[in-house]
Design a protein around this ligand. Sequence first.
Ligand code: PCA
Length: 331
Amino acid sequence: MSFSMSMSRAIRLIGGTALALTLTAPASAQTKWNLPAAYPTDNPHTVNLMAFAKDVAEATGGKLQITVHPGASLFKAPEIKRAVATGQAQVGEVLISLHENEDPIFGIDVIPFVATSYQQSYKLWQASKPAIEKKLAAQGLKLLFAVPWGPQGIYAKKDLNTVEDMKGLKWRAYNVGTSRIADLVGAQPVTIQAAELPQALATGVVNAFMTSGSTGYDSKAWETMSHFYDTQAWIPKNITFVNKAAFDALDKTTQDALLKAAAAAEPRGWKLAEEKAGWYLDQLKANKMKVLPPSDALKAGMLKIGEQLTSDWIKKAGPDGAAVIEAYKKM
Ligand code: PCA
């Protein structure tokens, strides 16, 4: 083989490789996003987020890869929103009422007894969505979807026949509202996020709390608690959002695929939550907990607390908040 032949072949080969690289460039131009989340892998919220990430990867032919980080492994629950707003993560999921201090609208779904069924809760979401979306946008966040928890009940290790029986309890709170309930009943509030709840229970830092059947299940409440009072006081929601700049940097086709996957994630998440709510209470029972409706007296006491929290909220939220509640009531 002559020198010139091998040279020209080498040049052709180099040329061919360069061409191949050019052709494969769009497929290998992969965008990788992190999605911090705060709840366990098998929690319905996380299951739904994983399905969302899978949908996005499939719809974009692997161009946009979202890695879900469950269990507060990347950021702690109260830090996720800021992490996404500042671009430390591109997309994230939070219990939106954690941020009620920034704007009362973020706490609209945790006002007791305003929306207690999934149907009501969905209506409240429709009524409050424009205001929440606007507030998030002002913070550099684009709303993707919202998914509910189970109805909130009271976990305790003794009979609670009235709200007076809650006096002096070491009460685990997860947001402003649950902390305020402790104040109103004369319990001592300790704010602890779900990821740290199992340890708080094991070490006896708390001896009562309100949450869903799922968080009770996730934290093996039966190891320390004996009662679950199914008060169905409110249905809180997690909201998933994306950093606006990260979204804007995507090409239009990828943006559309992301929004389509988000639009599918919302109804799937609501369905999953509702389907599993009963199953979770069954697991508490199977683990020998008493799952009970609240007594009339306990219910009346909780309703009174609800009235107080409702008027507190209306005062804080002003006419804008009142307008959202009015819109909800008309739905
Ligand atoms: N679980 C979360 C928020 C509401 C819920 O049901 C928690 O207890 O932290």
